[in-house]
Design a protein around this ligand. Structure first.
Ligand code: NAD
Length: 352
């Protein structure tokens, strides 16, 4: 099947590079047909990279040899392209976030269902090695016991990059940009309903959209989960901190550095105190000796090109699509509840 990419910016370029590599794997075929971008300079960039550049979206969508389309435009135009591509009978991948609201997301699934096409949203960070490693720790109590609290964060120091990401009308803001990924990961990991949440947005850079967010979620099974997105930080905290009944795990970053400390003795009654600052403490003294043991992270690597492989197989009717409608809508429902919490400064007690 031939596939074309609409929007040849950062992510569109990433997709074309991945698809070139994917074609060499011998998996269910997905051949790159070309790209379309509204910006002529991006057409030229595509041609310089050896790609065919369609001169209009119509030219692309009326190309009968194209079976599927990836939409990698700013967030506000995902919906119109999903509708047009579905009506043209193409299978569709929309970049995350699916659209601008839960209501729009539901409409977009409506277009796909009416046309009978495969429609997936590229919530690709389900296949990040750091996430899969933490999920492995979460799923297996043998590592640090039962996990009861997780902190998942991404911290950059670049502010909000580009132009459209700073505009509310284009679906900008860090909740839709990064929050969507971290929430998707959270809901993939914790198989329980959300019972309450509280969220704060930050506006350090004075943009009209939030440049960061801190979302605290409580699940019915007792798990607490903190999601942090920031763009104002030059000294990032670990990507993941995971607390279990028998230990703590840290995944420091995407390089999978970090480790696990497991308690051999949960409470050390013989702990010696230390001088700390202008005082003395036993409570905060580091654990020593053989009361704890250090372990390496139980690293999990994703199958290469898992998303493209599954999408191609789904279009060929050989596998169900991995990223499901209910999952995408649930992430959006949670993001909208978080936005309400941030706006009104309230705890939302809703089953999500
Ligand atoms: P970008 O600004 O780098 O690129 C967007 C491109 O779309 C630009 O080249 C622009 O000219 C083009 N464009 C704008 N309006 C268009 C239209 N009406 N028709 C055709 N082309 C149009 O942005 P980006 O960082 O590549 O983000 C694009 C999308 O990808 C966003 O939805 C973003 O959230 C998503 N994204 C996803 C990931 C991921 O890991 N899944 C990572 C980055 C971005």
């Amino acid at each position: 099947m031939k596939i074309a990419v609409i929007g040849y910016g950062g992510m569109g370029t990433f997709h074309t590079e991945c698809l070139k590599q994917y074609a060499k794997t011998g998996s269910e075929p997905l051949t790159l047909a070309g790209i379309y971008d509204i910006d002529a300079s991006r057409e030229k960039a595509a041609e310089a990279n050896g790609l065919y550049a369609y001169r209009s979206a119509d030219e692309l969508l009326s190309d009968k040899s194209v079976g599927a389309v990836i939409i990698a435009t700013p967030n506000d135009v995902h919906a119109e392209y999903v509708k047009a591509a579905a009506e043209a009978g193409k299978h569709v991948v929309s970049e995350k976030p699916i659209g601008l609201s839960l209501r729009q997301a539901e409409e977009m699934y409506g277009y796909a269902e009416k046309a009978g096409i495969v429609f997936e949203v590229h919530q690709n960070r389900r296949w990040d090695d750091d996430f899969l490693t933490v999920k492995n720790i979460y799923d297996h109590a043998g590592y640090i016991g039962d996990v009861y609290r997780l902190e998942s964060r991404v911290m950059g120091g670049n502010g909000i990059p580009g132009d459209w990401r700073k505009k509310a009308a284009q679906g900008g803001g860090m909740m839709l940009d990064w929050g969507v990924h971290l929430i998707d990961q959270m809901l993939q990991m914790v198989k329980s309903s959300v019972s309450s949440l509280y969220c704060e947005y930050s506006y350090i850079y004075g943009e009209e959209v939030e440049d960061g967010c801190r979302l605290s979620v409580k699940f019915e099974n007792g798990v607490e989960y903190l999601v942090t997105v920031s763009t104002d930080c030059f000294r990032p905290l670990p990507r993941w901190q995971v607390y279990g009944t028998e230990g703590t795990a840290t995944v420091a970053g995407w390089d999978l550095s970090g480790g696990m400390t497991r308690a051999i003795v949960r409470h050390d009654d013989n702990i010696a105190g230390i001088r700390a600052g202008n005082g003395f403490t036993r409570t905060m003294a580091p654990r020593i000796g053989d009361t704890v043991e250090e372990k390496v992270l139980p690293v999990v690597h994703a199958e290469p090109f898992a998303f493209y492989k599954n999408f191609a197989a789904a279009c060929a009717g050989k596998e169900p699509a991995a990223i499901k409608k209910e999952e995408v809508l649930r992430v959006f429902r949670l993001m909208e509840a978080a936005a309400r919490s941030a706006k009104e400064n309230i705890v939302i007690k809703e089953k999500i």
